[in-house]
Design a protein around this ligand. Structure first.
Ligand SMILES: N[C@@H](CCC(=O)N[C@@H](CS)C(=O)NCC(=O)O)C(=O)O
Length: 213
């Protein structure tokens, strides 16, 4: 299995899960800064020109949340459950993609990506709108987590890997978490997992140094 990634937001969740599940994945670094996601070979795998992409034999899969479900099933776990919890997990994946991630992802883009790639200063109007949105949907998440260890009850699921993905960047992205103690508690639990804290292959290793050259 090959997992095409770059050390940014959406690939982070699938790399974390692959490592958590100890799957035999070959991590393939795609340098977005050098436009490696726009080559004909990459576009043949993902015409959206985005990472992550998973290739497993005849299967080529893009969209990080779909890859999460695939990996969970591949490892024979119920992190993507087959019982009634599946609808709850699906609910949180959809909610993340349409309500929460657009807010948190905008704050990540404005504060982290723009400075990393030197593509301008944060846009105050975008930041304000996303901060307001984060406060609105963050309140829903915080209330839901009260009395629950994870998003879907007591067991970890792919929903946790998806919905929490901006939280490792909370400080740099200026995510307004002050009034959300349950989100902070939940993320502290995820941080206890080595795979969550260190999802990417060693970017300081010889291969990465060669790539960066
Ligand atoms: N909905 C996609 C989004 C993937 C995505 O936006 N990937 C970003 C990195 S976090 C990317 O490859 N961006 C390259 C570009 O937009 O040029 C998913 O969840 O996989």
């Amino acid at each position: 299995m090959k997992l095409y990634y770059f050390d940014v937001l959406n690939p982070r969740k699938v790399c974390a899960l692959a490592r958590y599940l100890k799957l035999p994945v070959e991590f393939v670094h795609v340098n977005l800064g050098k436009g490696e996601h726009k080559t004909p070979a990459f576009l043949a795998m993902n015409p959206n020109a985005k990472v992550p992409v998973l290739v497993d034999g005849e299967t080529t899969l893009w969209e990080s949340n779909a890859i999460l479900c695939y990996l969970a099933r591949k490892a024979g776990t119920d992190l993507w459950p087959t019982d009634a919890r599946q609808f709850e997990v699906l609910r949180w994946l959809m909610w993340d993609a349409t309500e929460f991630a657009p807010q948190a992802g905008t704050l990540y883009f404005e504060h982290v990506i723009k400075s990393r790639f030197g593509i301008g200063a944060p846009d105050p109007a975008e930041v304000q709108k996303a901060t307001d949105g984060f406060l609105r949907f963050g309140a829903v998440l915080d209330a839901h987590l009260k009395g629950r260890r994870y998003l879907v009850g007591e067991a970890l699921s792919v929903a946790d890997f998806a919905v929490a993905i901006t939280l490792p960047y909370a400080q740099q992205a200026l995510l307004p978490l002050q009034d959300f103690p349950e989100i902070r508690r939940w993320h502290a639990q995820l941080n206890a997992l080595p795979a969550w804290r260190e999802p990417f292959p060693d970017l300081a290793g010889p291969a990465a140094l060669a790539e960066a050259a």
